[in-house]
Write a protein of this length. Sequence first.
Length: 256
Amino acid sequence: MSVVVITGASSGIGEATARVLAEKGHKLVLAARRIDRLEALERELSPRTEVLTVRADVARPEDVEGLARMAAERFGGIDVWINNAGVGHSLPWWEEETQALRRVVDVNLTGPILATKAVLPYMLPKRRGHIINVASVAGHVGTTGVYSATKFGLRGHTEALRRELLPYGIRVSLVTPGFIRTELTKGNPMRMPSAEVAGRVIARLVERPRREVVVPGWYRVVISFNHWFPGLTDWITSRFLRTEGGVGQPRRLRLR
Ligand SMILES: NC(=O)c1ccc[n+]([C@@H]2O[C@H](COP(=O)([O-])OP(=O)(O)OC[C@H]3O[C@@H](n4cnc5c(N)ncnc54)[C@H](OP(=O)(O)O)[C@@H]3O)[C@@H](O)[C@H]2O)c1
């Protein structure tokens, strides 16, 4: 059984992933800012497996360093680290405060990079480990200026990291969710799969590392379409969709 650290485990995809991994008996370190929610999840899962909860803001390097240290001290090492914590932005990005935009970058992009920097000292000497970064279809298909920028950035970082760490025996995977029903997409009227669907995919990835998983899988068609027909995608998007509010502001992400 693996020791798995999950950031952003207090709701949505992170919480659902924790539940599936607990069913399978993996030892869990759950991190987020809402410690009350993490503790409630710990109470639910601890009959099935060992759980440590840690209050951590992934935008604070000292928090992620502390998280890695506490996880390694408690379980004697870290096998899998899932960079899942993420935020959207609500207004069209050019109407947001500069500080709010910086925050999106700090949480979604700088956060996973610095968390990986914090965990590598525990994985490199053992030449073993697995880093999983949760990006987005918006990291393949540009939809919202700043959210997409962070997810494109995270995808680029993950591809490079995978190649950088190959000689060290450390696996690196990318998770690419499309719309999933969570707090992030609250109010979005589209039909979406539950967080559990994404949680099951990520739990499978923990046991069988792959380069990238797209969930739900049919978003691969959207990604390929955008890749091969970017002009047509521009036309369809501008004609039928309003995306400028981002994944965090679903009421603006609707059919015109
Ligand atoms: N839902 C979708 O449609 C969708 C689509 C594509 C990609 N994604 C990605 O999937 C990941 C999970 O999102 P979700 O849909 O499950 O949303 P969610 O339910 O809002 O969960 C986000 C999680 O991130 C945590 N978080 C936010 N800021 C944090 C910070 N500064 N430090 C630590 N934790 C922080 C939140 O916990 P606290 O507030 O307690 O800190 C929460 O546990 C994100 O990276 C998101 O971009 C989601």
